[in-house]
Design a protein around this ligand. Structure first.
Ligand code: GUN
Ligand code: ZN
Length: 409
């Protein structure tokens, strides 16, 4: 199959930027077998001269059980968790329900061009396995973690410490790193995890050196104050670091309210902050200072954080990243950077070497986008115009491993 159009490629001369070039992607046996830059061929199967051909988007932070409660507005984090989030996640006690819901989530993600993800499940073991199997069947790529909590949440949403760790160990064994969808070590956050659970999670991370680790970090001020009370005044990052959870394969959601010392620890470890700008404004958690974070040498990625985040589309989250940075004033990333971030940048942050790029030998996870306005002849940077004028209906097809998994009506 030949997919033709303006290809979204990495700018080799300026790392961290995407660029456009006319050309074609040839797909054979689910893999990109050839990439030709230069001109758009006369004959092709998908795409065309007015189309953008992008690698599938990578979402590095989202919660599968929260898709049906997107938009529950008005509460700060801890009240939002107790009031609307935990009741929604309780439904995942039923693994069949979780499987069916994950199928609907996969459809939604593919319809907005997301093909790779770093996801949280609920606290439920069977539901987490069902979610991994469902995402695998749908063709997505990524990780899912059983969101471990042994306190703070109501009955039914907390587990016994040792049992939770055994369950995650079981998932790591059944769905190892390297598979299309793998298990991740996922203590929910230090508020809902005892020090014993965090330490056990750290041991699992050490025993499974290729498994990703995900948790939440310093999202709101009241949460950080609670951490101080629960952990004898230790800093949030030190709590995770003491448990062995701050590694170069750790994705920490939010990371808004951090001290320079905490950023230094993250930088030394090579840990990643998964920036979730839409969720941060939705819960009024604060504006994450990405410029200061990056200047401190901390790696960052970008995520929807559904359902605190209200945008399914990584393009819109890329736009929110630009807008948040603009509001803070120090830094105004270009759209070419945001396009890179939601593709290759996020893939690098998650360690997905087989995602986020149009490269020969990679699985053909592609998005064919057909804007309904003359973007290429615009006097404005076409990548900026695409990002700011974005309309989900422009996604014509999403391919996973060379198969059309979503096709616009
Ligand atoms: N902190 C702990 N759990 C969650 C969650 O589900 N969403 C967000 N945004 N923050 C959290
Ligand atoms: Zn989250």
């Amino acid at each position: 199959m030949i997919v033709a159009g303006q290809l979204l490629l990495e700018d080799e001369t300026t790392p961290g930027l995407a660029r456009l070039a006319p050309g074609l992607v040839r797909v054979e046996d689910g893999v990109i077998s050839e990439l030709v830059e230069g001109e758009i061929p006369q004959a092709f199967d998908l795409g065309g001269p007015g189309c953008l051909v992008s690698p599938g988007f990578v979402d590095t932070h989202l919660h599968l059980p929260q898709f049906d409660m997107i938009g529950a507005h008005g509460l700060p984090l801890l009240e939002w968790l107790s009031g609307v989030t935990f009741p929604s996640e309780a439904k995942w006690a039923d693994a069949d329900y979780a499987a069916a819901m994950t199928g609907r989530v996969a459809e939604q993600l593919l319809s907005v061009g997301t093909t790779s993800l770093c996801a949280y499940s609920s606290v439920h073991h069977a539901a987490t396995a069902a979610a991994i199997e469902t995402l695998t069947k749908a063709g997505l790529r990524g990780v899912v973690g059983q969101a471990m909590s042994d306190r703070f949440a109501p009955d039914g949403l907390v587990g016994a410490t040792a049992e939770l760790l055994d369950q995650t160990a079981d998932l790591l064994h059944r769905f190892p790193a390297g598979g299309r969808v793998a298990a991740a070590v996922t203590p929910r956050f230090a508020v809902s995890c005892t020090a014993e659970l965090l330490a056990g999670a750290g041991r699992l991370a050490a025993e499974h050196p290729r498994a990703l680790v995900q948790t939440h970090l310093s999202e709101t001020v009241p949460e950080c104050e609670l951490i101080g009370e629960l952990y004898n005044g230790a800093s949030y990052v030190d709590v995770y670091d003491a448990a062995g959870l701050v590694t170069d394969r750790t994705l920490l959601g939010h990371g808004i309210h951090l001290s320079p010392a905490e950023r230094a620890t993250l930088q030394q470890a090579g840990a990643v902050i998964a920036h979730c700008p839409t969720a941060n404004s939705f819960l009024r958690s604060g504006a994450m200072d990405r410029h200061t974070t990056i200047t401190a040498g901390v790696r960052t990625s970008l995520g929807t954080d559904i359902g605190a985040g209200y945008e399914r589309s990584m393009v819109r989250v890329g736009r929110a990243m630009i807008e948040t940075a603009a509001a803070l004033g120090a830094d105004y990333p270009a759209a070419a950077h945001a396009w890179w971030q939601i593709t290759a940048g996020n893939a690098d942050a998650a360690g997905f070497t087989d995602a986020g790029r149009l490269s020969v030998g990679a699985p053909a996870d592609l998005v064919v986008i057909e804007p309904n306005q003359p973007w290429l002849t615009s006097p404005v940077d076409p990548l900026a115009m695409l990002m700011f004028a974005w309309d989900d209906r422009w996604v014509r097809q999403t391919l996973v491993r060379g198969e059309i998994a979503y096709r616009a009506a």
